[in-house]
Design a protein around this ligand. Structure first.
Ligand SMILES: [Zn+2]
Ligand SMILES: [Zn+2]
Length: 150
């Protein structure tokens, strides 16, 4: 069975699948650098480049530099309360993120696909969104990505 994708190209299509994307955000996110789950050292606060092409321009995030370990964004974007819970203690709803841009020439890149991580970077959880029809979801289009990045 080949992999199926559902491409979302308008805000309405996105809201149909993720109705809480703006309305159900929780502003609970890490406000200081968490401990790295690999080496247990304090992570470093960084900012994505202003010209980041993935709709992530200027976002603050945490990374353990020695481990090259991403530990999460310090913002509420994608913190939809409707997202399934993480298994860390206490359980918290996960964060929804995008893998860069959809790239027709490289379908294996998973670019543009929606996935979930632990909102506090406590676990290494990483799972791609699948619809009830077992399709992966792609946010398709730079303008749409920019719109969702508000
Ligand atoms: Zn580390
Ligand atoms: Zn977690």
């Amino acid at each position: 069975m080949s992999t199926k994708y559902r491409h979302l190209t308008t805000v309405d299509e996105v809201l149909e699948l993720f109705p809480g994307i703006y309305k159900q955000r929780t502003t609970d996110f890490p406000t200081y650098a968490p401990l790295c789950r690999r080496c247990n050292k304090r992570a470093t606060s960084k900012d994505t480049k202003k010209d980041n092409p993935n709709g992530n321009a200027g976002r603050q995030y945490y990374e353990c530099l020695p481990c090259n370990n991403y530990l999460g964004f310090a913002d509420a974007r994608g913190n939809d309360r409707a997202n399934s819970d993480c298994k860390c203690e206490p359980p918290i709803s996960r964060k929804r993120l995008l893998v860069g841009h959809w790239d027709e020439s490289n379908k294996n890149s998973r670019a543009g696909q929606v996935f979930y991580v632990c909102r506090h970077g406590k676990s290494g959880f990483h799972k791609f969104h699948e619809t009830t029809e077992k399709e992966f979801v792609v946010i398709d289009g730079e303008e749409l990505i920019a719109e969702l990045g508000r």
